[in-house]
Design a protein around this ligand. Structure first.
Ligand code: ATP
Ligand code: MG
Ligand code: MG
Ligand code: MG
Length: 478
């Protein structure tokens, strides 16, 4: 089954169960003060749960473009290093707004996975919420009992609040959840270690694919829980992980969601992707094909890379991709923008915004690459020198003054310095760096005329960005 067919089958199944199929909301949220990006399918329906808006239908399904690079759900550090966390991914979801609850949600998920998609039952495990005394939350006996009619009891696992109580962010709708995990290991491996021991344990072949959330609370800004006006179902299934399971692969990157992009990177870089977990080259290729999706979809949805807020997050993702390909794929010239056409070919039919905004997306990425590559060259040489010196001095922490100089004078991103240092077993002095940043902000406030001038010229090298506050207050007010 191709990924296109897998996506369509999901939507068709839920349509046949009376769900209205709606398009994905934009990946960038423009008017939500608590969240910059859609980090799950439910984000666009938040107001329905809270009772602020009437839902269009009581049953809805879709695939939602998600981004998990900031806030409560931030997977950036895993991306490229594992085979199943992405920055941007699609979340397939079905919702009930005050309509069906646990029994149907569980029955639908089970039927779709085992009968429509044909996943062998013996490859599946499910988890339920064990309860939490500190918040007076009970164990989810109902979910347990409903699961019992589909799956043997030894495959139903208790899970703690971290894994089985879903929350969108620091505040907002939330509730206990029940998750489905798929064991993709060989029979031999299964005989050696039970899949039960590997659920929620970061095993690359025993992965969580679907989360069924039983929405019944709202986490208020003061941290307390209140009951929602009604009970709802909110589910989210990782599309790329589902493709891995159905296409018999052991990595999301080996599915047809990623292989065309990987083939293009191989062609452009002359490097072969071998799928090795620890290989720097393979990590770089995974990072590149992952990050291009996040950046392309964000730009297509109207978020240009910039110096502040969501735009800065997008700029940093792109720069992370550029840094990896510069360092490990020897790509010293812009090339990421060439992947946009491949992405369009693959996803443009389902997500027409990629087609419509294709030229803009391509041009923006290309010019970002050009400007960042100029910065990187110089900065990398300096970081390497600094690391060598620190090691030679028998120190574990890079000297703060030099780290700050790299950032401030040479425009080299501090997170990149951090990553490179960590790779060599070194760290940076976070407190000292923050203090230097603050002092710098104070200095620039004292010289606002100079500052305006700086920002004009810094359009060219915005890596000297000193923080969102400074940018907003000083560029626009003075
Ligand atoms: P994990 O424990 O693997 O990090 P999660 O519990 O954080 O996943 P949920 O918030 O429950 O994920 O989201 C619902 C589904 O979305 C998950 O079951 C998974 O299939 C998928 N998913 C979550 N995060 C990612 C990601 N970074 N990349 C790809 N798919 C993801
Ligand atoms: Mg997670
Ligand atoms: Mg999880
Ligand atoms: Mg989960």
């Amino acid at each position: 089954m191709t990924s296109q067919e897998i996506r369509q089958k999901f939507l068709d199944y839920f349509q046949s169960k009376g769900h209205l199929i709606v398009p994905s909301a934009p990946i960038v949220l423009k008017d939500d003060p608590t969240l910059m990006f859609s980090n799950s399918g439910m984000t666009q329906f938040k107001d329905y749960f809270l009772g602020y808006k009437e839902p269009k239908a009581t049953r809805i399904a879709d695939t939602q473009k998600c981004l998990r690079v900031s806030g409560k759900h931030n997977d950036l550090d895993d991306v490229g290093r594992d085979t199943y966390h992405h920055t941007m991914f699609e979340m397939l979801g079905n919702w009930s707004f005050g309509d069906y609850f646990k029994e149907n949600a569980i029955a639908f998920a089970w039927e779709l996975l085992t009968e429509v998609y044909g996943i062998p039952k013996e490859n599946l495990y499910v988890t339920i919420f064990e309860g939490d005394t500190s918040e007076n939350l009970e164990r989810d006996h109902d979910a347990y009992n409903f699961w019992k009619s589909h799956i043997s009891e030894d495959r139903i696992i208790n899970g703690n609040k971290k894994d089985n109580f879903w929350e969108m962010g620091a505040s907002g709708p939330c509730g206990p959840c029940s998750e489905i995990h798929v064991d993709l290991r060989s029979a031999e491996e299964k005989a050696q270690v039970s899949g039960l021991d590997l659920v929620n344990n970061d095993h690359p072949q025993v992965v969580e694919i679907w989360n069924l959330v039983f929405m019944q609370y709202n986490r208020k800004a003061d941290g307390s829980l209140e009951n929602l006006p009604a009970k709802h179902i909110d589910t989210g299934m990782g599309f790329e992980r589902l493709c891995m399971a159905l296409q018999g692969k052991s990595s999301n990157y080996d599915t047809d969601v990623f292989t065309p992009l990987i083939a293009e990177v191989e062609k452009l870089s002359g490097k072969k992707y071998t799928g090795i977990l620890e290989s720097e080259k393979d990590i770089a290729i995974r990072v590149v094909v992952d990050h291009i999706r996040a950046v392309a979809f964000a730009i297509a949805d109207g978020q240009l890379p910039s110096n502040g807020g969501a735009g800065y997050v997008i700029r940093r993702i792109l720069r992370r991709g550029i840094s990896y390909s510069y360092r490990f794929l020897d790509m010293k010239e812009p090339f990421l923008y060439k992947l946009v056409a491949v992405l369009q070919g693959q996803m443009g039919t389902f997500f027409p915004e990629l087609e419509k905004q294709g030229t803009l997306v391509t041009e923006v990425i290309k010019s970002e690459e050009e400007s960042f590559l100029r910065t990187i060259e110089n900065g990398l040489i300096r970081v390497e020198k600094l690391i060598q010196q620190t090691i030679a001095d028998n120190q574990k922490v890079l000297p703060t003054e030099e780290v700050f100089e790299l950032y401030d004078t040479y425009g080299f991103p501090d997170d990149l310095t951090r990553i490179i240092a960590e790779e060599k077993g070194l760290t940076i002095d976070e407190k000292g760096f923050e203090q230097a940043l603050n002092e710098q902000k104070q200095r620039s406030k004292a010289d606002s005329v100079q500052k305006v001038y700086d920002w004009v010229t810094l359009e060219e090298k915005p890596e000297n960005f000193v923080g969102y506050d400074t940018f907003e207050s000083e560029t626009y007010i003075t």
